[in-house]
Write a protein that binds this ligand. Structure first.
Ligand code: BJW
Length: 258
């Protein structure tokens, strides 16, 4: 593993020559936009809970209002922020490669839409989409108005989730993947195919703790495809990487394209 604090000639050449790039992104890529990473300490109504306690079907069953309000607040926060230079660099790289007959496939664990708002096409949202909602009982899609919260201020009180208008028995939940739930098969398989077809794999802003997403970059090892991590901290995946760019993705990713 080559540990770098800036892009060197070898890594620059690898990025320059790559025709098919696969990217797995995590919460860290949105950190510089102002979205807290998943494992940061909670504030407001949720200060007694870790994010892991809240992101489960059991937590929603036990206290639907608490979990619902947490997600509606995070949805409002995502709406209030903008893509950062890391998202923009990937979008630009994707366009550049497409024009040259190549590809850059983005698979994200993030439930935000900051890659899309930066102008990129996302191949796979492995953990769903925080702005989409469905019924816990009948799976009917629910169209909801944007949350009325101030993006940065957590709401003072928990609010109950709406009931499903279709079956009337279920509650509306965010269309995201909680612990213990299966990932969307299509997104997972598309990511596997993109990593297997890539000649460069980038792993950006993820702790590499949460399975099965964290195992996906390891498919690159089958063909010896170079693996590059962009992260200011060491992660579960760092040891497996060929290159580690040790720094924030908003600073590091634009320099990979220069
Ligand atoms: C920067 C930066 C900057 C900071 N620039 N970087 C095998 C072994 C052990 C356990 C399991 C296993 N297989 C399955 C499990 C159980 C479980 C799991 O993995 N648990 C672990 C905690 C051990 N997995 C599951 O339950 C999954 N489902 C499953 O396996 O189902 C099986 C099944 C099959 C068939 C039928 C039924 C079931 C589901 C996992 C779903 C995860 N969902 C969440 C919540 C989504 C909605 C939401 O956002 O609330 O997804 S959990 C949370 O973690 C969220 C994230 O997408 C995910 C990953 O987190 P991420 O992105 O890595 O964020 P952080 O905060 O951990 O890290 C941020 C990183 O950024 C850090 O490294 C920083 O250094 C870095 N950073 N600033 C770049 N500026």
């Amino acid at each position: 593993m080559k540990l770098l604090d800036q892009v060197d000639d070898e890594l620059a050449a690898l990025a320059q020559d790559a025709r098919h790039v696969a990217v797995l992104s995590g919460a860290g890529i949105s950190a510089e936009s102002g979205v807290p990473t998943f494992r940061e300490v909670q504030t407001g109504l949720w200060e007694r809970f870790s994010a892991e306690d809240l992101a489960t079907p059991e937590a929603f069953e036990e206290d639907p209002a608490l979990v619902w309000t947490w997600y509606r607040w995070r949805q409002s926060l995502v709406q209030a922020v903008e893509p950062n230079p890391g998202h923009l660099a990937l979008a630009q790289w994707q366009k550049r490669l497409a024009q040259a007959g190549g590809s850059l496939a983005i698979s994200t664990q993030n439930v935000d839409d900051l890659h899309e708002r930066a102008g990129a096409e996302v191949l796979a949202h492995l953990h769903g989409n925080i702005a989409a909602h469905r019924c816990t009982d009948c799976d009917a899609v629910a169209e909801l108005p944007a949350p009325g919260y101030d993006g940065f201020e957590a709401p003072p009180e928990a609010e109950d989730p709406p009931s499903c208008e279709h079956c009337t028995t279920g509650l509306i939940r965010p269309d995201i993947v909680w612990f213990g739930e299966a990932l969307p098969m299509e997104a997972f398989e598309a990511t596997m195919a993109a990593i297997r077809a890539a000649d460069l794999v980038l792993v950006v802003g993820t702790s590499g703790i949460v399975q099965p997403a964290a195992g996906l970059p390891l498919l690159a090892l089958e063909r010896g495809t170079p693996l590059v991590e962009v992260n200011p901290q060491e992660t579960e995946l760092s040891e497996t990487m060929d290159f580690v760019l040790r720094g924030p993705s908003g600073q590091m990713l634009p320099t990979l394209l220069e």
